[in-house]
Design a binder for this molecule. Sequence first.
Ligand SMILES: [Zn+2]
Length: 192
Amino acid sequence: MSLKLKRATSSSLFHSDEESVTKKAHQLYQAFVASLERCEATKDERVFLQIVQGWLKDNVSAFEPDERRIYALDDFSSLALEELPIEYSDLNAAEEFERLRDASPSSLEGLAARIRDILWAGLVIRSRKRCPRCNEDDLKVLQETSSSQLVYTCDMCGWAQLRDGTEWSCRGEVAPAPTAMLRRHGLLSRGI
Ligand SMILES: [Zn+2]
């Protein structure tokens, strides 16, 4: 797992200008939205993400190698969703679905970024620690896969720290922190 810590801006990659939508991206996007619609996935965040991940697994080969790498599509498609704290995340399936339906991707990269953003929002929980560098967002909680220690990161500026506030400088691989690990650290019951 080598998720990028800082999210690329994806909003600018989406607009409703049909002329600039590539045929392939548009077809993939329509199939993606249809799969969510069919399964009534918008009523439950966990079901929603299962459908998103299932669709990604089936279609990941449609994306360019660079898109797969930059947006960690292969990593996201292989995560064990049952181990992750979806119910504690910021994701609202109904709102996400509305946004998806209203905004066609202008490119395959736009679709890749959107899918990554949805999975990131649903699988990585937000802490109550404010980013000490930019002060614009609360830090998200990840785990460093080699050591299983918690790493807090900022979506806005890319800052990363350990729980005690020390800057995380080794920059090894990270992954969403599993529910069991967050519980073990007492984070889900009394604030993070
Ligand atoms: Zn920041």
